[in-house]
Design a protein around this ligand. Structure first.
Ligand code: PMV
Length: 345
């Protein structure tokens, strides 16, 4: 049996614009998806999914993962969860050159599904790691990131960037610009996450931004301006030259917060915020956060704010429409074995 976990993420800056080649800075957070894999003697893949912020369910199919079985749960729900597990299985079979490998797979996740925290990327990353190790193949975190990207790309019809999968596989703060992905040094930023209980349709939201950008020059410029914000933010992090994991100083938090506010305004202009996300953003700001913005595709789901004090959490707790609030520590480790196996560096 192999067990792997991988973290979710928040976007400090740059979602959506990253799809068009602008840089983005996602940060892995200590909310993990855990995938347990048992190889089977036949070519059957059996998946039990629990805690995916949806009702647990079990499905079983044999051979090709192309055909989905008939199960008594709403189709979008099965597609959302199963599409990513299928794609991870396909990548693991390919990496191990074992096209007929069968597995019993259990997926558990602390990351709300489709809420901008990279739940699918974490499941795919942990799934590829656990399934390849089950077949005696060990991939590096970069190789896992790459395969997880191929998997997401396939499931999301070519709309996905490398941001979620790279952050989840590598851990820490990273910068992604097209195919260029690098870890970056960042202090321990005091993230507070607010969740409105909903989720957004990433494909639809990305398509909406693409249509606006094709139609209006000013929308294309808005996307480029988000890129400028990211570059400004990266320069601040680099200048701060803080040791990874050290507490950031107030001046840095103030400047990053200002850029987050700016970034949120531009995402709102691109039509990807929502009434509830805006309301959480404003609650965080009035709770004295240094800055707040939606994270991920938008439409519903989560916001991220910067505040080392408990005030933002308290303000969000008392905000109508806020389902959950939590402090999210930077996950310095990305994908990792949870079964005692030590990865070769
Ligand atoms: O909501 P999430 O976690 O799937 O993030 C989507 C981020 C986008 O930039 C909108 C799309 C992408 O793949 O980068």
């Amino acid at each position: 049996m192999t067990v792997s976990s991988a973290p979710g993420k928040v976007y400090l800056f740059g979602e959506h614009a990253v799809v068009y080649g602008e840089p983005a800075v996602p940060c892995a957070i200590e909310r993990r998806a855990t995938v347990t894999v048992d190889p089977r003697d036949d070519d059957v893949v059996r998946v039990v999914a629990e805690d995916l912020s949806l009702n647990g369910f079990a499905v079983e199919y044999s051979g090709s993962t192309d055909e989905h079985p008939d199960v008594d749960v709403p189709t979008p729900l099965v597609e959302a969860a199963m599409g990513y597990v299928d794609a991870a299985v396909d990548q693991a079979r390919d990496a191990a050159d074992a096209p007929d490998a069968g597995f019993d797979i259990t997926v558990e996740s602390e990351i709300p599904l489709g809420a901008g925290l990279g739940s699918s990327a974490a499941v795919v990353v942990a799934g590829i790691d656990a399934a390849t190790r089950a077949l005696d193949v060990e991939l590096s975190p970069r190789e896992i990131a790459d395969r997880a990207y191929q998997a997401e790309h396939e499931v999301q019809d070519g709309q996905a960037s490398r941001a979620d999968t790279f952050a989840s596989a590598m851990g820490g703060a990273v910068r992604v610009e097209g195919d260029d992905c690098q870890p970056i040094d960042a202090p321990s930023l005091p993230f507070v996450v607010g969740f409105d209980g909903g989720s957004g349709d990433t494909g639809k939201l990305v398509a909406g931004v693409r249509a606006l950008r094709d139609r209006y020059d000013f929308a294309a410029q808005t996307v480029e301006t988000i890129g400028d914000i990211v570059r400004e933010g990266e320069a601040l992090l680099a200048d701060a030259d803080a040791e990874a994991g050290a507490d950031p100083d107030e001046e840095l938090l103030e400047s990053l917060g200002e850029l987050m506010n700016f970034n949120h305004g531009l995402l709102e202009a691109l039509g990807v915020s929502s009434r509830s996300l805006d309301s959480l953003v404003w609650a965080a700001r009035s709770g004295d956060a240094y800055g707040a913005k939606l994270t991920g595709a938008g439409g519903g789901g989560c916001i991220v704010a910067l505040d080392p004090t408990p005030e933002t959490e308290t303000a969000l707790q008392y905000t109508p429409g806020c389902e959950d609030v939590f402090r999210a520590e930077l996950a310095t480790t990305g994908v990792r074995a949870e079964d005692g196996e030590v990865r070769d560096e």
